[in-house]
Each structure stands twice: as C-alpha cells, then as structure tokens.
Design a binder for this molecule. Structure first.
Ligand SMILES: C[S@@+](CC[C@H](N)C(=O)[O-])C[C@H]1O[C@@H](n2cnc3c(N)ncnc32)[C@H](O)[C@@H]1O
Length: 388
C-alpha cells in the first residue's frame, strides 16, 4: 500500500472507532492536510520482544516496514529516538494526539505554547488551527528541534521552534492562550500557569496514565481541571525510571506468599484503567503492569523501581480463568501487595471513582488531586514505608 493509502486507511480506522471528535472537525482536516509520514524521520525504532531491545528500521533499506511503523494504528506510537536503550522521542499515537487537541479547545488566532516538539507533527497540527506565527514549541534535544524545524518549514507551517527545558515554559512569547505538553509530568510546572492568560487552558499528560485539562483562574493564582483521557506518554527527560521488575526480583528473594483477597479482573481491560489510576494517585512510586492469559486469568507485576516487588497471580490448581483465587508473592523491604490492597480498599471506601471523576489543582506552592468536587477532600499519596 502507498503511504497516502495507509494514511487514508488510518483515518478510516479512527472513524470506525469514533475517534474523530465531532465538536472539533478541524482536527481531522488538519491531520488529512498534514500526514504523519511527512514528519517521521528516516530511521525509526521497533521493539524486538524476543531480544528485549529496540532495533532500527531504516526507510531506505525497508520502506514497507518503515511505513508499517508510522501507520501501525490509532493506538501505536512510532519511536523516533532511543537514549540509553529507552524510547526518548516518538511520533505519538494518533488517537492520543487527537484526543489531546480536542481537550485543548483551540480556536483560530490563539497563541499556543507546545512543550516537547519531537518530530514537529503536533506543532504543525496546532499551527494549522491557530494560524501562522501563533505557535511556539520547545524541545530539550537540539538535534530533534533542528529536524522538526526543517520538516515544519517543508510543510509550510510557521512555528517558532526553541531549544530549552520545557519546565521553564518559554517566557519570551508569553502570555499564551493555550499550553500543551507532549511528555508526562508529575507536577505541572508553575511557569506554565504563570505564562497562561487567566481563562486559558493547559493540557498535559499527568503521571503517565492520562491527560488533564486545567483552566487558569482569574488573577492567575491557580489552575484546575478534570482528567480527560487515558493517554500514556513518555516522561520528561531526566526523570529517573528506576530499575525494571526483573532486576529487582533477581536481587531480592521471595519473602512472603499468601492469598490476595480481591479479583484481579478489576485491574484488566479498559475498565481496569480506573482502578489503576486511583492506585497511581495513592501509591505514586508503585509501577503496576498486568497481562490477561489465554484463559482469561489476570496476572499483575508490581515494583517500586528500587528494592521491592510483588506479583499477583491466579492460584495454581484453579482453572486460572476470570475470578480465580489470587496468590500474592512479595520480596524486598516494602510489602507492595499489602500496600496495593490498602489503596484498593481506600478507593472502594471513597466510592470507587473512575478516571474521569478525578481532577488536579495547581497553585504556586502546591498540587493536589481531588475527585468529584474541586473543593472536596484532597487525594494525597498514602503513607508508605518507602525504603530506597
Ligand atoms: C512523545 S515525544 C513528542 C511528540 C511530538 N509532539 C511530535 O509531534 O512528534 C516527547 C518529546 O518531549 C521531549 N521532552 C521531554 N522532556 C522535555 C523537557 N523537559 N523539555 C522539552 N522537551 C522535552 C522529548 O525530547 C520528546 O521529543
């Protein structure tokens, strides 16, 4: 299939899944005018699961495979840079890009700041809507910024690409009406709030589990708003990601084993995102990955990136299907399965809010999550026996 056919095919796949926002038809038009492949660098990186490494995919050597990486589907990013064995830049998943643009409520003529230029694709989409000379985009990696600038010029998009750490925003072009980040932060930098007009909007991935849209209050003393979607993004450069699960388990033997009194079905599938989100709020250091087996049983791997790990798995001897009894195995100084059970119970006691019930408020010196009511109780991380 030719590249423009693959581009059209992806647009259809998005339409079939209802991923084009009805209230913002400009987004589909912009994507159609600015196909993703025009912003993809000639070398992409593909994950080789059997070797556990990223391998290069060069456009010149294998154009078919390169195109397949660019157009792998609505939920697939195309990795464009590897640093220290990890993905450090990508053309983000089309579905998430579109969802975040929808959350931005962008109108023509607005002044926009983007953090994380990457390939320049999202900056081009922003400029398509906002207009020439309205978008500033900041990228921490100078070589990526240079590549993006060249592609933006080639596409006729007038965007000011700047090299810098997005944490500081870009004061020279402030104030902005809209700020959008394409890497995940834990704490929304105060500079983004300061550089946004009162009433303006900040859209950013939070905690690598979803994105939030904040409105800056009159007087600019706070920004607050609801979680909007489930998009996962890579974290800001320099964010420590800790050791992987297998390394922690290799160093810290199994210490306790026992029953886990919950069904793991609640952690799996699209609905599982709601509980996982609440666990992330209550236990920010605990990474949880899940997998559903052939017979429907769910296994979860937990670790804190440093010294402690746990697994939750269907008990051997049960049929390992949905609802099977669960056994917890734990190693290291923290008891992560016990912590997850405690957080899970807190979530249930507070009415089991879903992802979209949560919101975030940022003031100059504080940030907190809430659910249901911006003026309601704060959701603070639980006290844990963190040992590093
Ligand atoms: C998912 S990629 C961005 C995708 C991009 N918007 C596009 O359309 O191709 C995230 C980007 O954020 C950049 N980044 C990460 N931390 C940053 C920081 N603190 N300041 C500026 N850029 C940052 C990375 O270098 C990477 O290029």
């Amino acid at each position: 299939m030719r590249l423009d056919e693959q581009h059209a095919h992806l647009a259809e796949a998005m339409a079939e899944r209802g991923l084009w926002p009805e209230r913002a038809p400009w987004i589909r038009r912009a994507v159609e005018d600015l196909p993703r492949h025009r912003f993809a660098p000639d070398r992409l990186w593909s994950w080789d699961g059997s070797a556990g490494v990223y391998v290069p995919v060069d456009r010149a050597a294998d154009p078919g495979r390169w195109a397949a990486e660019v157009y792998a589907g609505p939920d697939a990013p195309a990795v464009t840079q590897i640093t220290g064995g990890r993905a450090s830049s990508s053309l983000s998943c089309p579905a998430v890009v579109v969802d975040m643009l929808d959350s931005l409520l962008l109108e023509p003529g607005r002044r926009v700041l983007e953090l994380g230029t990457g390939t320049g694709w999202n900056a081009a989409l922003l400029a398509h809507r906002a207009g020439p000379g309205r978008v500033t985009s900041v990228e921490v990696d100078a070589s990526l910024a240079a590549g993006a600038e060249a592609r933006l010029v080639a596409a006729g998009a007038q965007v000011a690409v700047q090299v810098g750490d997005g944490t500081a925003g870009w004061a020279q072009d402030a104030p902005y009406d809209r700020v959008i980040a394409t890497y995940a932060v834990e704490e929304v930098p105060w500079a983004w709030v300061e550089q946004t007009r009162p009433g303006g909007r900040i859209v950013t991935p939070w905690g690598r589990l979803g994105h939030v849209a904040l409105t800056v209050a009159d007087g600019g003393r706070a920004a607050s708003g609801w979680m909007q979607g489930l998009g996962m993004f890579m974290p800001a450069r320099g964010t420590g990601q800790g050791a992987p699960f297998h390394r922690i388990r290799d160093r810290h033997p199994l210490e306790v084993e026992g029953p886990f009194p919950r069904s793991l079905d609640a952690l799996a599938g699209p609905e599982g995102g709601h509980l996982l989100f609440a666990l992330r709020v209550l236990l920010p250091e605990v990474h949880i990955t899940t997998e559903t087996g052939d017979r429907g049983g769910v296994t979860a791997w937990l670790h804190d990136g440093h010294t402690s790990w746990a697994t939750l798995a269907p008990r051997a001897g049960t049929d390992a299907g949905p609802g099977a009894g669960v056994v917890a195995r734990q190693g290291g100084p923290r008891r992560l399965a016990d912590e997850v059970l405690r957080a899970w119970t807190v979530w249930e006691e507070r009415g089991a809010p879903g992802l979209y019930d949560f919101g975030l408020t940022r003031t100059e010196h504080e940030q907190w999550m809430w659910s249901g009511d911006p003026d309601g109780p704060h959701w603070q991380p639980l006290e844990t026996a963190a040992v590093h």
